[in-house]
Design a protein around this ligand. Structure first.
Ligand code: ADP
Length: 554
């Protein structure tokens, strides 16, 4: 704008300047010609009077190198000429100044030479006998004068142009400076051209509207951030050029991005071949999905194209979901199914083999009782196994059991009763040190915990050993302890004894009716009741299993 104003002012100045110069020249020219004609006219009048009185004798005393006198008779023939032989001169009746003088008493004319470099001014006066006296003067023409002054004019033009440039620059600056210094944040506080007021008022209104819109956007952004940052899932939003528009805390943690990551290309964060393929696929098909493992977690990445109503691609939304638990539990389920089949197969095979031998009469009469008893005990084992599997499946299915009052002491008592004969058959003494305690929980689950721990304590005991069940309030919790004087658990098995079907000594477990699921049931049931499970064990000396439940009373 500054340049445009500067150029406009400069061009205007130059046009005005050249025009003024031309007009002045023309004016001066006509002015000087007029003066010249006036002089010439006065001289002609004087000489005409003198010739009128003196006749041809006037020319005897005439001596002028400036003026030329031509005396023309009323028929147009030249009577006398100061510069040429009159007999050689043509008739002058066609000359305008002669014609005017003959008709009106006075005539004038101005004629250029062939080269345009000189011009001659003529002034003619009619005298008393009807003849005409004409005075002429030849001088440099206006054209020649103009050509002569061109160098000076050029100098003047250059100087004037410089002046114009200087003035134009100052003018344009004076116009532009107030515009450049406008405070557009506070448009109404500017004291500038009055003509700008409507514009400034509009800018002020727009400023306020923009502020409102920015406030709304900020508010929405805050809401959006609050939602996405509290998501466990990672979320990244890219624009159509794959630049990061938004990334939540989970995604930042996963990809390890820093604070200045907004606006950067997503490939700065992640360049794995799977990710690059996914980005390619999402562009081609609108969606892509794959699993990847990072920091010990299994994640599913889902990339979806974002489109507007006109199907124009606006960007991509990437969602990263932690699928670790799902994958692990799927693995565990698969392993569990395989184990169950195996566990069921062993007693079934034994039953089948024994019954086939019996059916085919291949067993001696004295051994038949042993075979039948084996079939019975394997069948019993199968029933126990199936019952344990059903229990565990129920615990897997839901942890939302209806809560009820649990009379802990009564349940311990019923477990002791149920296992008394087993204890006796293992020559183990059952002792209990139980306070009268009730809690909010699930009776069946509390029973399962006490039963399985006590059953294990009996089965993995030694002859003449003891099992002690204690139940007390302790440090604001209800603490159940089952200790035994049994074989104990070798340290290397500590980490795995709560796994399903894990046994330290499979044959011992099986021979005592174990299914390998007891401690899994205890662990699961304790979790559902909010209990903390721990144990201490010394090989050959015994074990103590402790479950501490929250005390609703505390
Ligand atoms: P099982 O039906 O084989 O007893 P559990 O899940 O109840 O299965 O126990 C897992 C394994 O932990 C057992 O096989 C056994 O080796 C060991 N175990 C459990 N309780 C005791 C205990 N009180 N003393 C010694 N070993 C134990």
């Amino acid at each position: 704008m500054n340049k445009t104003i500067f150029r406009s002012v400069l061009v205007s100045c130059i046009i005005v300047m050249v025009f003024s110069l031309a007009v002045t020249l023309a004016f001066l020219n006509s002015y000087f010609i007029n003066i010249e004609f006036e002089n010439l006219r006065a001289q002609t009048e004087l000489m005409a009077q003198a010739i009128d009185q003196l006749g041809m004798s006037y020319f005897d005393s005439f001596d002028s190198s400036v003026y030329r006198i031509t005396w023309v008779g009323s028929d147009g023939d030249v009577i006398y000429d100061t510069d040429a032989e009159q007999s050689e001169m043509e008739n002058h009746l066609d000359r305008p100044e002669i014609q005017d003088a003959a008709q009106h008493g006075h005539g004038e004319d101005r004629r250029l030479s062939d080269t345009l470099s000189r011009e001659t001014l003529y002034s003619a006066v009619r005298i008393s006998d009807g003849s005409v006296v004409r005075l002429s003067v030849t001088q440099a023409s206006v054209f020649r004068i103009t050509v002569g002054v061109i160098p000076y004019m050029l100098v003047v033009l250059v100087l004037a142009t410089l002046l114009c440039t200087f003035i134009s620059r100052r003018i344009s600056r004076r116009i532009i400076d107030p515009l450049n210094n406008l405070d557009l944040d506070n448009p109404l506080e500017n004291e500038t051209y009055e003509e700008l007021s409507p514009l400034l008022v509009r800018i002020d209104n727009q400023n306020r509207q923009i502020e409102k819109q920015i406030d709304t956007i900020r508010h929405r952004q805050k809401e959006f951030n609050a939602i996405t940052d509290n998501m466990r899932e990672g979320m990244v939003i890219l624009n159509s050029g794959d630049l990061i528009v938004s990334i939540n805390a989970s995604a930042m943690k996963l990809f390890g991005g820093g604070a200045g990551i907004i606006g950067k290309n997503i490939l700065v964060l992640e360049r794995s071949p799977e990710f690059m393929n996914a980005m390619k696929e999402v562009k081609e098909k609108g969606r892509s999905e794959y699993f990847f493992e990072r920091n010990g977690f299994v994640n599913r990445l889902i990339a979806n194209q974002i489109q507007d109503d006109n199907k124009k691609v606006l960007g991509t939304c990437i969602l990263i979901v932690d699928e670790t638990e799902k994958v692990l539990s799927e693995g565990m389920r698969r392993e569990f199914s395989a184990n169950v089949s195996h566990e069921l197969k062993t007693p079934l095979h034994s039953i089948l083999a024994s019954s086939e031998l019996l059916m085919n009469n291949l067993v001696k009469d004295e051994d038949k009782a042993t075979f039948i008893s084996r079939i019975h005990s394997e069948a019993e084992h199968l029933v126990t196994l199936v019952e344990d599997i059903i229990r565990l499946s129920q615990l897997d299915e839901t942890d939302d059991f209806p809560r009820e009052e649990v009379d802990c002491a009564a349940i311990v008592e019923s477990v002791v009763e149920a296992l008394q004969s087993s204890a006796e058959s293992h020559s183990v003494t059952l002792e209990k040190d139980v306070d009268e305690i009730s809690m909010q929980g699930v009776q069946r689950l509390f029973y399962e915990i006490v039963y399985n721990l006590t059953d294990n304590a009996i089965r993995y005991n030694r002859e003449g050993g003891w099992v002690r069940i204690s139940l007390h309030r302790q440090d604001g919790r209800i603490v159940l302890r089952v200790s035994d004087s049994g074989i104990g658990i070798p340290k290397e098995h500590f980490a795995r004894i709560f796994e399903r079907f894990y046994r330290v000594d499979p044959s011992h477990s099986r021979s005592t009716g174990g299914t390998g699921l007891g401690l899994s049931i205890v662990k699961h049931a304790s979790q559902i009741l909010g209990g903390g499970l721990s144990f201490e064990s010394e090989e050959g000396e015994g074990s103590t299993f402790t479950v501490s439940f929250p005390d609703g009373r505390a």
